[in-house]
Write a protein that binds this ligand. Structure first.
Ligand SMILES: [Fe+2]
Length: 602
């Protein structure tokens, strides 16, 4: 059994009761703290807290009666004690780290509970990938609950992911402990249109009393919205406007307010509470997607809580949104999310409720974070070799595989071409029509028009498929290429570049490293983040991954790209569920029309 496990409350309840009574000694007593009580939303000064068996046993004015000869005493020096933070919706894969390494990155920031949807891993490695994520997650010294991904692949019929999940797959997994429910139901059109597979997935989740995650990105709050709600999803983190928050909360759909590395959805929606006065207990904070650099340098849920406070939310209300509201939503209020007798002893000591310095972090009554450093015990899996050989591409890739020929028999010197247009700070793309020159029999990108090449290299079945197209908006200049095996949601290899030679070098580098991200310029490697596990994750220390990622981003800037979150834009270019135009392993896809289009316009 892992040293990081915790016994169920009922098993230790007699002992906790005796500790509270003073007839058995506590393992740890924290004296002289200000108890931030998220149950009653008040601060109670001069409090002592006694802990035994990893759970709170006594919370009151004086815990001297709980102290025995072997009890550890921690003087809280008048600091605030707050519950450890819960991230209500997130993807560990966005940190590019294994669950163990992710724990190492976020525990010092006060995060003691994750509700994680291993959607990316599932798209590459299916049930086996989910199982391994689960197996590692439950060994760690913080609470990691997983959701079973609902939409694998995201857009059936129009792309081939590395795997497919059906209702039976989900039914076989959903009842396990530490599986909290069904992952975000992204295919909202499928729900609205009565897709029987999706309703089957939601039914098996409800039958075991678990939570169906929502994902409704449409601004339409008419009948489509009502149909989606009636279909079953219980929460949503895709709202961006105050009205989105209000309409969800009114209908019992928990409103998740998201601050990720690239998502800024708290400020616009939290006014539903701060200005419109809605009951905050139905509002929850989450991150969805944070990369390793954000986690290391800006924080995790502590960053979200600070931001909510900056946006005008009262500190105690913001803390409820990151603790007890989340626990209540998932049916875990009696287990975690507050400093109350019997709950898991997950807590933070901080000297200030606005600036929120994270001085000490405990989970299960054991110290896991101290002044920004992880001090707990990680229990990493030995990831099997098969998980590290997932870039299945016929090799080597040759530059001529990225050549784009004009239509047969066409002798024009320019061709009107469908181009994927990046939109700054937004996930949707624009379907552009741009005239491109034909030179030496090949259609070429155009630096002056900010058009370069994009290629999707199929990487799951070694089919040899390379789909070529054009993309605009990165601002790349000179000879360069950026390749990545992160490519939402099917996670084929996406290569963007101005030079076919560099594109080939970058692609071949990722075949050699079994996945990652690499930037090449003038035939030289300028950046590399190795992600050998499923081409998505690293088991290297978070600081190494963050520093490689920062270097890679700096090199993107050196190549002329000044977009915010340019790498995220790169990874979303194959995400077929968001308009207007994307690339899949089956061709260039017009999302609005839900059909493939020719590259060239006749
Ligand atoms: Fe998500």
């Amino acid at each position: 059994m892992s040293q990081n496990t915790i016994k169920p409350w009922h098993e230790v309840a007699p002992h906790l009761s005796q500790v509270a009574l003073g007839k058995a000694p506590a393992d740890l007593v924290i004296t002289n703290v200000q108890w931030v009580n998220v149950q009653s939303r008040e601060i109670i000064p001069d409090t002592d807290i006694a802990i035994a068996e990893g759970r709170f046993a006594y919370c009151g004015s004086n815990a001297k009666h709980c102290v025995g000869t072997d009890t550890d005493i921690l003087n809280g020096e008048g600091k605030y004690i707050i519950p450890g933070f819960c991230d209500a919706h997130m993807h560990i894969e966005s940190g590019m780290l294994t669950p163990a390494r992710f724990t190492e990155a976020v525990a010092p920031h006060g995060t003691t509970t994750l509700f994680a949807d291993p959607h990316e891993m599932a798209n590459v490695m299916g049930l086996e990938g989910i199982r391994l994520m689960y197996n590692e997650a439950v060994l760690q010294p913080i609470n990691i609950y997983l959701q079973v991904p609902s939409c694998v692949p995201s857009f059936p019929g129009f792309e081939d992911a590395g795997s497919e999940l059906n209702v039976a797959d989900i039914a076989g997994f959903i009842d396990q402990s530490n599986i909290i429910g069904l992952g975000e139901m992204m295919d909202f059109l499928g729900v609205i249109n009565g897709d029987s597979k999706l309703f089957g997935e939601m039914a098996v989740t409800r039958l075991v009393g678990k939570t169906i995650g929502g994902h409704y990105p449409s601004p339409d709050l008419g009948n489509h919205f009502h149909a989606y709600l009636a279909g079953g999803p219980a929460d949503d983190h895709e709202g961006t406007r105050e009205i989105d928050a209000i309409e969800r909360a009114r209908r019992g759909m928990r409103t998740m307010l998201r601050l990720g590395s690239a998502w800024y959805d708290v400020e616009k929606q939290i006014t539903a509470v701060t200005e419109k006065g809605l009951d905050p207990r139905n509002f929850i904070l989450c991150t969805d997607d944070c990369d390793a650099a954000t986690l290391l340098h800006d924080g995790h849920m502590d960053r979200v809580v600070r931001h909510a406070i900056e946006c005008g939310c009262k500190p105690l209300v913001a803390l409820q949104m990151a603790t007890i509201n989340t626990a209540t939503h998932f049916g875990l209020e009696r287990e975690l999310g507050s400093i109350s007798p019997g709950r898991r002893a997950d807590f933070i000591l901080t000297g200030d409720l606005t600036e929120l310095p994270i001085d000490l972090v405990y989970a299960y009554g054991r110290k896991v974070g101290e002044e920004g450093q992880f001090v707990g015990t990680l229990m990493p899996l030995d990831w099997p070799a098969g998980m590290k050989q997932t870039v299945r591409v016929k090799q080597p890739i040759d530059a001529n595989q990225f050549e784009i020929n004009p239509p047969r028999g066409n002798n024009s010197v320019t061709l009107k071409t469908h181009v994927i247009g990046i939109i700054e700070n937004q996930a949707p793309t624009k379907l552009l029509e741009i005239d491109l020159d034909v030179k030496d029999g090949l259609v070429e990108g155009d630096e002056d028009k900010d058009v370069c090449q994009i290629a999707l290299v199929e990487r799951h079945k070694s089919s040899g498929t390379v789909i070529n197209g054009f993309v605009s908006g990165f601002g790349y200049k000179g000879n360069m290429a950026l390749a990545s095996t992160i490519g939402h949601d099917s996670h084929h290899m996406i290569v963007v570049g101005t030079s076919r030679d560099d594109m080939a070098l970058a692609a071949n580098k990722l075949i050699q490293t079994n996945g990652g991200i690499t930037l090449w310029r003038d035939g030289q490697q300028r950046g590399l983040v190795e992600l050998p596990i499923a081409g998505l994750l690293s088991d290297a220390p978070p600081s190494e991954v963050a520093s490689d990622l920062i270097q890679l981003r700096n090199e993107m800037v050196n190549c002329g790209c000044n977009l915010n979150n340019a790498f995220m834009q790169h990874t979303l270019l194959a995400l077929l569920v968001i308009p207007e135009i994307r690339i899949s392993n089956k061709g260039i896809f017009d999302v609005t029309k839900a059909e493939f289009v020719d590259l060239f316009i006749k």
